[in-house]
Design a protein around this ligand. Structure first.
Ligand code: NAP
Length: 465
């Protein structure tokens, strides 16, 4: 296959990836988007294998083994992983992208002839730059993603670990990296290459360790962006157009998503990238003991209140995902609609544990899309609502975000559920949400707590309605 044909096919797969991203931007087209992505990736792999076939049987066996083991493990993991564990899975996969970038750069350094990046015994300067930068981003992505995985998976405390002088240390490490990169390009030293790897591994860990749970969604998407740039770096080293396009798409879409999430949580993008943002307050906010009493209700009470309501706004959160209550919830909403109640769903941009988490679950339960509203489109409707039905959500309804400057979630836009006539709160106990802070709404006069597993409570309400 000529270079022109393979470049053309890589561009076609690039277009398919763009169509995949476009499709994934809405629940109705997301399956189609996934399909475009798979076809694009299949085409890119085939083009590479036909355009640059592995030399010899041994190389073919290695490639096919890699495809089989990687593809097989990916398929099994994707089938088995629960939706609630998706963020840590994404973090774990990002770490592999980072590691791959390190491996490819090391491969290029030790076998430069295979990559065509050496002439008269000297590397091309541009290739040294790509290798050095790619390996640094890859190693930072690797340790950063491993720590994000450990925090999200509960293998490491979600609380920020605040190292003294961390910003200074990070800045010195980053400056050290730039210096090492310049020396590596000048000297072509393999020792300096591995020093870059070690320094980047340390920096990746140090950037993520101080970040607290509430900022983790931004971190995961930021690492997504890093892994994309690392892949684009490998693409330049390998001279592979598909990898450059894919890496740039992942890098820029991850960065845009990070920006959108920062905006949704009122966090500064730069301070998240520098690490440690929000950590101090998050650490201070947890561990309070609450002694005030709350008003508790039963499923019958909730059914009675909602049947007699004109407008009900449902606010789903992480607890709905844990309990898998979305199907029962839709049945409950259908029943209420039959009773003449106007039912809407309000989705906070960071409800649950990954972007779009609630949208995916509601779509799975066949909730009509025109009943689902984003925060900015529905927040003004709470004062007119008779009931705000909060199911397994907590942080995203916490008014401390508006009033308490010391709160780790201060400044995050929240759903104004407390403005509804009655707030029904389903949760198992008085536990706090992800950010570890008390929610004042539990103690308000217009709030009724419905304690129990979200699915069981909704099933009981369903019977009572
Ligand atoms: P949340 O603040 O984590 O609160 C979830 C609540 O659900 C908990 O208070 C818990 O209370 C309750 N719960 C858990 N299991 C339940 C069950 N089986 N039945 C009933 N209730 C249950 O959730 P959120 O309001 O959705 O807010 C999301 C938080 O996660 C934000 O702080 C956000 O920054 C963070 N985050 C978001 C993402 C993202 O991308 N969306 C990613 C990572 C982190 P009990 O224990 O008392 O039941």
């Amino acid at each position: 296959m000529s270079e022109n044909v393979s470049s053309l096919l890589y561009i076609v797969s690039g277009v398919l990836f763009i169509m995949a991203l476009r499709g994934l931007s809405h629940p109705t087209t997301s399956r189609q988007g996934n399909m475009y992505g798979m076809v694009g990736m299949g085409l890119a792999i085939l083009t590479t294998l036909v355009g640059h076939p592995p030399s010899g049987v041994g190389a073919w066996i290695l490639v096919l083994l890699g495809l089989g083991i990687g593809g097989g493990a990916g398929a099994v993991i994707a089938k088995r992983v629960p939706m609630t564990a998706m963020p840590q899975l994404v973090a774990a996969f990002h770490s592999l992208v980072g590691l791959a970038a390190v491996a490819v750069a090391a491969g290029a350094l030790y076998a430069p002839q295979a990559f065509g990046i050496i002439e008269n015994g000297h590397f091309h300067k541009q290739s040294l730059f790509e290798m050095g930068l790619g390996v640094a981003i890859g190693a930072i992505t690797f340790t950063g993603s491993v720590i994000a995985f450990a925090k999200l998976d509960g293998r490491m405390s979600g609380k920020p670990i605040l190292l003294p002088q961390r910003h200074l240390i990070n800045a010195l490490l980053a400056a050290g990296l730039v210096l090492l990169l310049a020396l590596f390009i000048g000297t072509e030293s393999k020792g300096l290459f591995w020093l870059i790897v070690i320094l980047s591994l340390v920096l990746g860990g140090l950037i993520i360790i101080p970040i607290g749970g509430a900022d983790m969604p931004v971190v995961v998407s930021m690492l997504n962006s890093y892994s994309g740039w690392a892949a684009a770096g490998i693409g330049f080293t390998l001279g592979n157009l598909a990898l450059i396009i894919t890496g740039a798409l992942v890098g820029s879409s991850g960065a845009i998503l990070s920006y959108i999430m920062c905006h949704a949580m009122n966090r500064s993008f730069i301070s998240v990238i520098l690490g440690g943002f929000g950590g101090d307050a998050a650490a201070a906010g947890s561990g309070q003991v609450e002694t005030r009493s709350v008003k508790q209700g039963s499923a019958d009470d909730a059914a009675y209140i909602m049947k007699n309501a004109e407008r009900v706004i449902i606010v789903p959160g992480y607890g709905m995902a844990v309990a898998q209550a979305q199907h029962s919830l839709r049945e409950m909403a259908d029943m209420l609609k039959k009773e003449g109640v106007d039912v809407k769903y309000a989705i906070h941009p960071v409800a649950g544990r990954m972007p779009g988490h609630m949208n995916v679950l509601l779509a799975e339960a066949n909730v009509p899309y025109d009943e689902v509203f984003e925060l900015e489109d529905i927040n003004g409707e709470f004062p007119q609502a008779d009931v705000a039905f909060v199911i397994g959500a907590n942080d995203v309804t916490n008014p401390a975000a508006k009033t308490d400057k010391t709160s780790p979630i201060y400044g995050m836009p929240i759903l104004d559920v407390e403005k509804a006539k009655t707030v029904l709160f389903i949760k198992r106990g008085m536990g706090s949400g992800y950010a570890g802070v008390e929610n004042e709404v539990f103690f308000r006069d217009n709030t009724m707590m419905l304690f129990g597993d979200a699915k069981k409570v909704v099933d009981s309400i369903l019977k009572a309605v």
